[in-house]
Design a protein around this ligand. Structure first.
Ligand SMILES: [Zn+2]
Ligand SMILES: [Zn+2]
Length: 149
């Protein structure tokens, strides 16, 4: 399996050899960095993620206290992926940067209590008012978090 993606100008390119699901996040930081109402994150084991080109990071702590480092192309500004200090070994690829957006298989929606009313959510996905605990997460996402322990 090979999932490809990159930024708008093409200077940043990446390849994912594996993915572990993911979800949509409606938190304020995700909205402000997204260009729309939320971010869509595809979870990828770091070992299965290969990236070329310059990526600049902006660090801001989440509610949990974990540091979120959001990576973007310094040339065109496209968000590419982020890291979470509380989830080492995984990267969170922005579904917006995928060459084929259908490669993303979201499994949950989080921070729905901060969502903009105009940002429609997939009614078939489990929703969480904030960030769910590990046990509350859908099986596949939980499994990927467990691998890093
Ligand atoms: Zn770019
Ligand atoms: Zn978020």
């Amino acid at each position: 399996m090979s999932i490809l993606g990159g930024c708008l100008c093409g200077k940043v390119r990446y390849e994912c050899k594996e993915e572990a699901g993911g979800g949509h996040c409606h938190c304020i930081d995700c909205r402000k960095s997204s260009g729309t109402g939320h971010c869509s994150h595809m979870i990828v084991p770091e070992a299965a993620f290969k990236i070329t080109g310059d990526v600049r990071f902006f660090d801001k702590p989440a509610d949990s206290g974990n540091m979120i480092s959001r990576g973007f192309c310094p040339q065109c500004g496209s968000p590419i992926y982020s890291r979470n200090s509380g989830v080492p070994g995984m990267v969170f690829v922005r579904a917006s940067s995928l060459d084929d957006p259908q490669a993303f298989r979201p499994q949950m929606v989080v921070y729905t209590d901060r969502a903009a009313s105009w940002d429609h959510m997939d009614p078939s996905l489990p929703r969480f008012a904030a960030m769910p605990s590990g046990e509350e997460m859908p099986e596949q996402v939980r499994g990927s978090a467990r691998k890093t322990e």
